[in-house]
Design a protein around this ligand. Structure first.
Ligand code: GRF
Length: 222
């Protein structure tokens, strides 16, 4: 079966891009990275893309007079590679509403908190300051309002006594690298249904075969 063609937008380190590249190597993964775009010339993720032999483009927002022109350049690059799903992976530019509408339900993001808690920047420091016991990550469809949109997959990690923003970030990154490929694979395999502004997962099971996100009529676990 043809794999879903991904366009991955990055600005920096690209460890989530790497997780998608690594997932690519698995035979049953439903997607492939068709294009990597960075808006920063020094993004390490660009080197990761080149090392993996992937098409990579630098599209710097500094080269465009307006957000719309920058967004249009992104559109052109993504369409030229036949991208079907755009994955934001540490992409540090706000996309215009036109771009978000054009890619509606074909544009996803990963955020390093359990949304809708802790939207925005400087997440791990704020999580620790709030004294919450759990943090994690969220993969969600993108809507015009930042860090908002139907939630596809979340992964939770504990916040430990003595954590710093750096130690918590490292723990969250580990779960991100599982959640992003999982969310992409579920979309590629048609297991993600958007109902209103929520997602329903269709026939997705945990390691013990139990349904995740069951509906009222689904069979009860044995
Ligand atoms: C991740 O923590 C992601 O949740 C956030 O930006 C960070 C990107 O990290 N949106 P990396 O560049 O993938 O390593």
């Amino acid at each position: 079966m043809a794999r879903l063609r991904l366009g991955v937008l990055i600005s920096g380190h690209g460890s989530n891009l790497q997780a998608l590249i690594d997932a690519n190597l698995k035979r049953d993964f439903g997607a492939e990275v068709a294009l990597v775009v960075s808006n920063q010339s020094d993004a390490y993720g660009l080197a990761r893309a080149r090392d993996a032999g992937l098409a990579a483009a630098l599209i710097s927002h500094r080269d465009y007079r307006t957000r719309d022109e920058f967004d249009a350049a992104l559109d052109d690059a993504l369409n030229a590679e036949g991208v079907e799903l755009v994955c934001l992976a540490g992409f540090m530019r706000v996309l215009g509403t036109g771009f978000v509408e054009r890619w509606k339900n074909r544009l996803i993001n990963i955020h390093p908190s359990l949304l809708p808690a802790f939207k925005g920047l400087d997440v791990h420091r704020r999580v620790i300051a709030a004294g919450v016991r759990l943090s994690g990550c969220t993969v969600h469809y993108v809507r015009a309002e930042i860090d908002n949109g139907p939630i596809i997959v979340q992964g939770a990690v504990p916040v430990l006594a003595g954590d710093t923003a750096e130690t918590l970030e490292a723990r969250v990154h580990e779960i991100e690298h599982q959640c992003y490929p999982l969310a992409v694979d579920l979309i590629a395999k048609g297991r993600v249904q958007i109902e209103g502004e929520c997602v329903r997962l269709l026939d997705v099971r945990d390691a013990r075969g139990r349904l995740i996100n069951p509906a009222p009529g689904d069979p009860k676990p044995a």
